[in-house]
Design a binder for this molecule. Sequence first.
Ligand code: TYD
Length: 398
Amino acid sequence: MKKKFLDLGMQPIANSFVKKTKKKVKKEFFYNLKIGYNEKNHLVSLMKHVNPKIQYTDKYAHRASESKTMREAFQKVANKLKNRFKPSLTMEIGSNDGVFIKNFDKKKIVAIEPCKNLAKITKSKNFNTYAEFWNRKLAKKILKKEKKIDLIFSANTISHIPDLKETFDAIEIVLSSKGVLVIEDPYLKTVIKSNSYDQFYDEHVYVFSLLSISKVVEDSKLRLFDCEKSETHGGSMKYFICKKNSKYKNTIRYKKLMKSEINFGLNKLKTYKNFSFRVKQSKIKLINLLKKLKNKNKKIISYGATYKSTTVFNYCKVGKNYLDYVVDTTKNKQGKLTPGQHIPIISPEKGFNSSVDYAFLGAWNFKKEIINKEKEFIKRGGKFITHVPKVMIIDKLK
Ligand code: TYD
């Protein structure tokens, strides 16, 4: 049974950036974002998920290649996995704009991407792309054309799919007997430790831990044997999974992480209730800080129109009352309004100038990259605001 521990209020779809029109903005879809913990399999998930068909459309905004950090991270992962597992055929579930698959020989990679606008990008580059949702039916269809797959990679996608049984069953169908599935998603312990409650939004149906995912895959005749931390998306974890009877032995990393999760209390509802208390405190602190700065007539903007900041702005009711606009490098976000709070999004060239006193780090997961890029802003007295790991002002380069 899932037990609710956190209520982040009424939220819009995190990536439904709103088109500006002369008329009143069209009525948006809102849902109550509540998070729960399942004591049986330790899964932390949304209490109720949104229909994927209204999320992953041909207007899907996120482009993984937008950031240098991500481009470099995916290239590194691709090379590491190729060296470790030497796959003759690889598949990626959720290939986005091709940031991972571009590191592979076109004949040796299959891409799955249900968002038609994204699939179009990789198809146009002649990558073997299936523009469909991942499920058993698609797995069987693929097996009619391809041989079994040695390496399946999926970053920031499996945690978006409500039906995990269907997902892992479908993976088991196409995975070769010695094959390995590597999934990477935001890591629950980091979310709790760093109070990054904005990792919860409609797309993140789950935030995984080793405890939960190792249990869940067992239902699909799979077995988790290794894990590896990564810095992407503010703290993620890679899980290495094989067929139940495969040769892979549980690694020391696996055993260590399992122990640390239990010591931390990821198997106790109390840990999540404590987190919920800290989230409420974070909201109060952020509003108080913004109020104080506004009272001093400071110009505050936000940096990065992220899905995560959709959660923060709608939970804390931060809109044009505090923020003049949001700057973002993504062309198809520019000229639109943020979901729910309707803050205008403009390009950094237009908006990130000397008139700005404070910039809220909507893209706090790229803190290093952004501060490095915006040295001049800080040098002339500009300051960043973040809420992770706690509400604070950043006014130094290091
Ligand atoms: P992302 O990390 O994917 O977060 P989420 O999954 O919560 O949307 O999004 C980062 C966003 O920040 C993306 O729209 C691009 C933008 N961005 C900038 O505008 N400038 C930058 O320097 C960086 C690194 C990102």
